[in-house]
Design a protein around this ligand. Structure first.
Ligand code: NDP
Length: 252
């Protein structure tokens, strides 16, 4: 059908910019009711307006995913107002490369708090809804955003890459565990995508490397990844795209 995710309730974290924002729009376009979650309420409200103007349905929840209690409260609202989620795009993340010897321990911690602990808070809060939806409707989706950094080696990206290796490995385990319950688990590993991610980078070497990369490749757009998310969710319930690597064509 033209609207393969029609009637589904999709929760998207990190929806106030970049990949999450584009994916929320895409899932709404494919017919899902979309719950958009991030900290910046104003950005989320604008996104909801845009989705509704295009004929979709969306709900904004301003939540810091590192706050486990706030995430649980958000899940309770999704259950009460929309009957629970059957698709979770667990996507919020931050990338702060730096030479390890600089001991940027606050940046190490921010990445671990969001990319690992925040991701787990969201899984913990929404897994019961996904399992319940799969039991009732025969399919549910957990899609986690990792990175090619989970597989490839980039000096100064050690902590970020390790958080993403966690996301990829966790996803494979959860897929094996939840598949029997009809919950599909997928992990998306993008190469460089032009988003706000790069704007948080303070390390001069990493900034120069990112900027220089534009000479040899055209970066992906958030919409490129959003299209992939829509594809993963649109497969027939028997088919689980376990892992997707999407790269700029020119990225080695
Ligand atoms: P953006 O910085 O544009 O998006 C990050 C999103 O996460 C924002 O919506 C931000 O919103 C949200 N966020 C940050 N902190 C929190 C928090 N504590 N609680 C809730 N939401 C939070 O970057 P991208 O779109 O690029 O990143 C999305 C994912 O893609 C990340 O996991 C990233 O690691 C991954 N990725 C990105 C690549 C790239 O090149 N861009 C490549 C590979 C992977 P707010 O500030 O409003 O909370």
């Amino acid at each position: 059908s033209a609207r393969p995710v029609a009637g589904r309730v999709a929760v998207v974290t990190g929806a106030s910019s970049g990949i999450g924002e584009a994916s929320a729009e895409r899932l709404a376009e494919l017919g899902a009711v979309v719950v958009v979650l991030a900290r910046r309420a104003e950005r989320l409200d604008d996104l909801v307006d845009r989705i509704e103007k295009n004929g979709g349905q969306a709900l904004a929840l301003a939540v810091d995913v590192t706050d486990a209690a706030a995430v649980r409260a958000a899940a309770d609202r999704v259950a009460a107002e929309l009957g629970g989620a059957d698709l979770l795009f667990n996507n919020a993340g931050v990338m702060l490369p730096a030479p390890v010897e600089e001991l940027a321990t606050d940046q190490w911690q921010r990445q671990i708090d969001l990319n690992v602990s925040g991701l787990m808070n969201v899984i913990g809060a929404f897994i019961p809804q996904l399992v319940e939806a799969a039991r009732e409707r025969g399919v549910a989706d957990l899609i986690n955003t990792s990175s090619i950094a989970a597989q490839n080696i980039f000096p100064t990206f050690a902590v970020y890459s390790a958080t993403k290796a966690y996301v990829t490995h966790l996803s494979r385990h959860l897929r094996a565990e939840l598949g029997a319950k009809k919950v599909r688990v997928s992990v998306i590993e993008p190469g460089i995508v032009g988003t706000e991610l790069q704007s948080h980078v303070t390390d001069e070497g990493a900034l120069a490397w990112l900027e220089g990369s534009k000479q040899t490749m055209e970066w992906l757009t958030p919409q490129d990844v959003a299209q992939t998310v829509g594809f993963v969710a649109s497969l027939p319930p028997r088919a689980n795209l376990q892992q997707v690597t999407i790269m700029p064509t020119g990225q080695p």
